[in-house]
Design a protein around this ligand. Structure first.
Ligand code: GLA
Length: 384
């Protein structure tokens, strides 16, 4: 009787032991990951150390991130045969990222991504003048201290969405001409569903515009492959925001129907690009008004490379998507000495509409004290 009882208890303990051990070891591994130290990637010109973090999942996806610009530097993804390639543009050194060759590769753009007309906006009766770094306009947060250029604090973290890296940066009042001190946070997390999720968060102590995005350049055959014009793109948008010749929205919300911007059904990027190459945008460089409810994480775009079979799906909470076809790439040398030719990569930048502070009819990007900015972008990969 006692023997039987002891036997039963032993079996139960044994049955429980494995899962308990698994949870404990899992916890330890996760804690270890959270406590792990990043490596040193290099130093900025002014002597700041730039750290590098690595995220890896069970399906062979590897993401690398650095503290300069909270930047995604590498993203290795399997093709239909299981062979991995690094599908984002970047550089091997900090000097590369600091050079003129860097056109916002992989970085976090802020405080306000995209353009502000004449670098000017008015908030609560006061007019602010920002740097003009894109012809007559302000682009991607400024010149010296835009968020792609500063060194963020970074650490490994556990998240609901898998192991991650959390970057933080406090942008002081007046930096690059913007009002208010903003505490910005970007968390990248990689799960075993091959989703790299990016959460963008911010808080401010005075009203200020905030519009953050990730500026990764993708070529699904691998960074350095000669063109992206053979990739097939779908964008879930019925409307776009037409612009003037300096790429500032006119304010109109126009249907994509009957234009080369209609990607509601899949099209090769090169199929209808010719007329746009002759236009002021020199190719695709347009803001799409995404269908569905902003604030909800929803499908935005799908990029497919028939040769490798790799597919990237972009999901977002944001109202807009800037589709940019690498029109200003000029053959600069990137990682491993590879050449980045014109139209050899695309950006699918989830964001609020360009020049929003000057368009009251667009969804507002003004963040006020007490409010919490939180937007999400997911890059999800598969191969078929
Ligand atoms: C964005 C802009 C482009 C260009 C790139 C960076 O996508 O819309 O016009 O400035 O960034 O080169």
């Amino acid at each position: 009787m006692i023997d039987r009882f002891v036997g039963r208890i032993t079996r139960q303990v044994r049955a429980l032991a494995l899962p308990i051990a698994a949870v404990l070891i899992g916890g330890l591994v996760a804690d270890r990951a959270a406590a792990a130290k990043p490596e040193v990637f290099g130093k900025t010109k002014d002597g700041q150390v730039v750290h590098r973090f690595t995220l890896q999942n069970r399906k062979g996806v590897v993401a690398r991130l650095i503290t300069r610009g909270a930047t995604l530097t590498e993203l290795h993804v399997p093709d239909k045969r299981g062979k991995t390639a690094d599908v984002v543009l970047g550089f091997d050194t900090v000097a590369g990222y600091e050079s003129k060759d860097n056109q916002y590769f992989g970085c976090t753009v802020g405080r306000v991504c995209n353009r502000i007309a004449k670098g000017r906006f008015t908030l609560n009766g006061k007019t602010y003048q920002l740097a003009l770094n894109d012809g007559p306009n302000h682009l991607h947060g400024g010149v010296e201290r835009s968020w792609d250029k500063v060194v963020w604090k970074g650490r490994y973290v556990k998240t609901k969405h898998g192991p991650g890296v959390r970057f933080e940066y406090t942008s002081p009042d007046g930096e690059e001409g913007y009002p208010g001190t903003v505490r910005a946070t970007v968390v990248y997390a990689l799960n075993d569903e091959n989703e790299l999720r990016i959460d963008f968060m911010a808080e401010t102590d005075a009203p200020t515009p905030v519009n953050m995005t990730n500026h990764s350049y993708f070529n699904l055959q691998g960074a350095g492959a000669p063109t992206v014009l053979d990739h097939v793109l779908t964008i879930d948008a019925d409307y776009y925001t037409p612009t003037d010749e300096t790429l500032i929205p006119t304010g109109e919300i126009a249907p994509v129907d009957g234009t080369p911007l209609d990607f509601r059904k899949p099209h090769r990027i090169g199929e209808r690009i010719e007329s746009l190459i002759k236009s002021p945008s020199l190719g695709y460089d347009h803001n799409f008004v995404l269908n569905g409810q902003p604030g909800n994480l929803r499908f935005a775009a799908r990029l497919h490379d028939p040769r490798s079979g790799r597919t990237l799906e972009v999901l977002t909470t944001q109202p807009g998507l800037q589709f940019y076809s690498g029109n200003f790439l000029f053959g600069q040398k990137g990682k491993g000495g590879k050449t980045y030719a014109k139209h050899s990569a695309v950006c699918l930048e989830t964001q609020h509409f360009p020049d929003s502070p000057n368009h009251p009819e667009f969804p507002s990007i003004i963040l006020k004290p007490g409010q919490r900015y939180h937007e999400v972008c997911v890059y999800r990969f598969r191969a078929e």
